[in-house]
Design a protein around this ligand. Structure first.
Ligand code: ADP
Ligand code: MG
Length: 248
């Protein structure tokens, strides 16, 4: 027997997915219990940009809360960067969120009494960073979303699109591995909504894994991967064909 030619280096270990869900069930108590998610299997690799799309009531926000470890599943296994979240305590999960996950919601959730810089700096409140560093990083994050000229504005002095960019800056300031956005364009006109989606794409191009939840099929259609939810089931999981002519 001849021995096969061996490569000079061992193959790199497969990268760990950011999210790995298997058989995820979510029920709310009641008689009978109200089952919202019926066994979701989903893997999200580092660097992906995907839309979770489905009609109102299909379970999208419930799923986002689980992906972001804001809530725990009733059954099934959820791994984040290889760690089984069931094994973590609530304070462990809070720390994981603070360091690894950014959230953006339709309603922005800015604090009305704070300036944009102060709002963004709250994203580092649990990081242990001193106030001067929090402020400097907030300025940097606001510049990165094109709001370097709105540092001292308060939310009621901003347009909807600007408010959402402040919320994105707040989500980014902790340099999360995963950005979760729940209907981020739902309260915006189409021009501002397009700008927010372009910003999410740019963040993804810089290496952040981005999951956008939307009921808007047209918006979802522009994403390279679309996971469709229907009545708490994954109905389809589609990827755009690789662009031809790109790469080798
Ligand atoms: P979507 O974001 O796709 O519109 P949701 O995940 O918000 O859907 O809700 C899915 C279903 O779960 C809805 O029927 C909703 O009424 C129900 N639901 C959501 N939260 C709760 C809760 N805390 N208790 C009971 N039912 C809930
Ligand atoms: Mg929702």
């Amino acid at each position: 027997m001849t021995s096969p030619t061996r490569p000079n280096t061992a193959p790199a270990p497969a990268p760990v997915p950011v999210l790995e869900l298997s058989g995820i069930v979510k029920e709310y108590p009641g008689t009978p219990a109200l089952r919202i998610l019926h066994g979701i299997d989903l893997t999200v690799e580092a660097g992906e940009l995907l839309a979770v799309v489905g009609p109102s009531g299909s379970g999208k926000s419930t799923l986002l809360a689980l992906l972001g470890s804001l809530d725990r599943p009733t059954a099934g296994r959820l791994r984040f960067e290889g760690r089984d979240l069931a094994a973590l305590t609530d304070p462990d999960l809070a720390a994981l969120r603070a360091h690894r996950i950014g959230f953006v919601f339709q309603q922005f959730f800015l604090l009305s009494g704070l300036t944009t810089v102060e709002n963004v700096a709250t994203g580092l409140l649990y990081s242990g960073a001193p106030v001067s560093e929090r402020r400097a990083r907030a300025v940097e994050a606001l510049r990165s979303v094109g709001l370097g000229h709105r540092l001292e504005h308060r939310p009621d002095q901003l347009s909807g699109g600007e408010k959402q960019r402040v919320a994105i800056a707040r989500a980014l300031i902790g340099r999360p591995a995963l950005l979760l956005a729940d209907e981020p364009t739902g309260a915006l006109d189409s021009v501002s909504g397009t700008a927010v989606v372009e910003l999410l794409r740019a963040l993804n191009a810089d290496g952040t894994t981005v999951v956008v939840i939307t009921h808007d099929r047209e918006l979802a259609a522009s994403f390279p991967r679309r996971v469709a939810l229907q009545d708490g089931h994954v109905e389809s999981d589609e990827r755009l064909p690789q662009p031809t002519g790109a790469g080798r």
